[in-house]
Design a protein. Structure first.
Length: 153
């Protein structure tokens, strides 16, 4: 009788441990990317501008204006869902670049800005070609391509 109670309690313990470790499909944790906080357009543009500002020797006022221009660009891309429409993206980029040209007031700095943007586009294209699986979009690429960094398209 004593042996039967010990054996029964052992079996019940093992069953309860195995049931506790089993996760039901609806209770599983979402993937880590879904748990990360989505960045707002202004946060994304600030990260991007902080990245390129040292290369362009911008003043604080220019940096703030550039952040506003990029935030507006990102909002427009999201608002009009232009991520998959290259014509709309190129139109919005032209508007953005015209505003930046006016802001910089210097042809040399604007040319440097265009070369930085070209390098970043080339890096993004190379990364996408070299990777077979979907990759997380960096803040630089997300601004250029109008993608949400949390949800690759």
């Amino acid at each position: 009788m004593n042996r039967f109670l010990v054996l029964t309690s052992l079996v019940l313990f093992c069953c309860s441990v195995s049931v506790a470790q089993y996760q039901h499909p609806q209770r599983q944790q979402p993937p880590p990317r879904a748990q990360t906080k989505e960045l707002t357009p202004s946060e994304r543009s600030k990260i991007f501008v902080d990245h390129i500002a040292p290369k362009l020797n911008l003043t604080k006022g220019q940096k703030d204006s550039l952040t506003t221009i990029f935030a507006q660009y990102i909002e427009n891309v999201e608002k009009y869902r232009a991520g998959n429409n290259p014509k709309v993206i190129s139109f919005m980029e032209k508007i953005r670049d015209d505003k930046i040209k006016t802001l910089l007031c210097d042809e040399v700095r604007f040319e440097k800005y265009l070369s930085i943007m070209g390098e970043m586009k080339n890096q993004g294209a190379l990364q996408q070609k070299s990777s077979q699986e979907p990759q997380e979009v960096t803040p630089q690429n997300s601004i250029e391509n109008g993608h949400d960094p949390v949800k690759p398209q």
